[in-house]
Ligand binder design. Structure first.
Ligand code: GLN
Length: 386
């Protein structure tokens, strides 16, 4: 054959998470695989989107984001975390946090640069680094608390390290990185001249009093952090594709260049609706967290009665659960069996590891669903155990 794909696509496969959504649809299974809500977005936010379309805000946005949205992003970081963000020079609005991460990595790292990644990790970070020609250095998070060994983190840093990816609250483990852990990261980033790329998409979803600490608020990290988040999870609009990267101007320059040529911009009317979303009162975030706590409690109860061994996550909306009691084979076998014969889709654990072995005896459940959806999933899962 004289046609082929580029060698840069050879090192990774298509997303298993998104493949599970396809299979869930094919088998009419409840989708506890890909993490997207099945409940309504806030009415005010939807109305703002409709209004923006009616006002004909339907042409290209400013490539790095409509000014009103950049101002709303800056104001929210100031209000919520006391972070000073210049909307003119420190923000790049992107097509979701997915694009924010890959544009940031492509805009800041060179081929051969090393990137520290905590493992298990959200699967996109693998292809993100491969497409940039960067070299991942994995540091293990150990269950049940998903702690890491300080010595292992220290030895992962060296002359070639240029980046570290920190996803807090974490997908898939639910870990919420503590201030002390982030201070160690700050020390190492300062010593080795490293940029922190932080995925904080679950910033408003924490449990049991766990507090989200944005790495950029840690002394030493404020001038070397790319803070990434999006409307998607906080406001239940994952399909809108509106996210952002916030960083020092020197770094934003590189991110904006890549972003401009990749996508030009995120959807204009939805950026305007984002201004309304980011302006919602504190009560909205409190209610969101309360509702997620109910979903988590129900998910843990279902896993308990069906014998899946799991510890409650401290943040985000996923739980890694052991499958040893089923006797149905590997994580992939179990995920296939469940989607086809039980009617519940989950993600095989190995999707979150660089080598499949450590993920072979777990699957990931996402519980960002209505309680009735979770109850129905629970009823189906009971078929798995006698
Ligand atoms: N973060 C979501 C998950 O892990 C998926 C996001 C996406 O598919 N873009 O399921």
């Amino acid at each position: 054959m004289d046609i082929r794909t580029s060698s840069r696509t050879v090192g990774f496969t298509e997303s298993v998470i998104r493949e599970m959504t396809r299979l869930a649809m094919e088998h009419d299974a409840i989708n506890l695989a890909q993490g997207f809500p099945d409940f309504a977005a806030p009415e005010d936010v939807k109305a703002a989107a409709r209004r923006a379309i009616d006002l004909d805000l339907n042409q290209y946005p400013i490539t790095w984001g409509e000014l009103e949205l950049r101002e709303a992003i800056a104001a929210k970081y100031e209000r919520t975390y006391g972070m000073a963000v210049d909307p003119e020079r420190q923000v790049c609005v992107t097509c979701g946090s997915t694009e924010a991460m890959i544009s940031s990595i492509l805009g800041i790292l060179d081929p051969g640069d090393e990137v520290v990644i905590f493992e298990p990790y959200y699967e996109n970070y693998g292809p993100d680094t491969i497409l940039a020609g960067a070299v991942p250095r994995y540091v293990t998070l150990h269950p049940p608390d998903w702690t890491f060994d300080q010595g292992e983190l220290r030895t992962a840093f060296g002359e070639r390290t240029r980046g570290i990816i920190i996803n807090t609250p974490n997908n898939p483990t639910g870990k919420v990185f503590s201030r002390e852990e982030l201070e160690l990261v700050a020390e190492l980033c300062g010593r080795w001249g490293v940029v922190a790329f932080t995925d904080e998409i679950y910033e408003h979803i924490t449990y049991d009093g766990a507090v989200h600490v944005p790495p950029a608020t840690i002394p030493g990290l404020e001038d070397r952090t790319v803070t990434i988040s999006a409307l998607s999870k906080t406001y239940a609009v994952t399909g809108w594709r509106v996210g952002w990267a916030v960083a020092p101007p020197e770094l934003v320059d590189g991110i904006r260049k890549v972003h401009d040529f990749l996508t030009v911009g995120a959807p204009t009317p939805l950026q305007h609706a984002g201004v309304t979303a980011l302006g919602l009162p504190e009560a909205y975030y409190e209610q969101t967290a309360r509702e997620y706590a109910e979903r988590r409690a129900l998910m843990m109860e279902i896993l308990g009665v069906t014998g899946f061994e799991a510890s409650p996550p401290r943040g985000a909306y996923y739980v890694m659960a052991g499958i040893g009691h089923l006797g149905l084979g590997s994580d992939v076998d179990v995920a296939e069996h469940m989607v086809q014969h039980v009617g519940v889709a989950v993600v095989p654990g190995s999707s979150f590891f660089s080598e499949p072995e450590p993920g072979r005896d777990v699957v990931r459940f996402s519980f960002c669903k209505r309680l009735e959806t979770l109850r129905e999933a629970g009823a189906r899962l009971r078929k798995l155990v006698p």
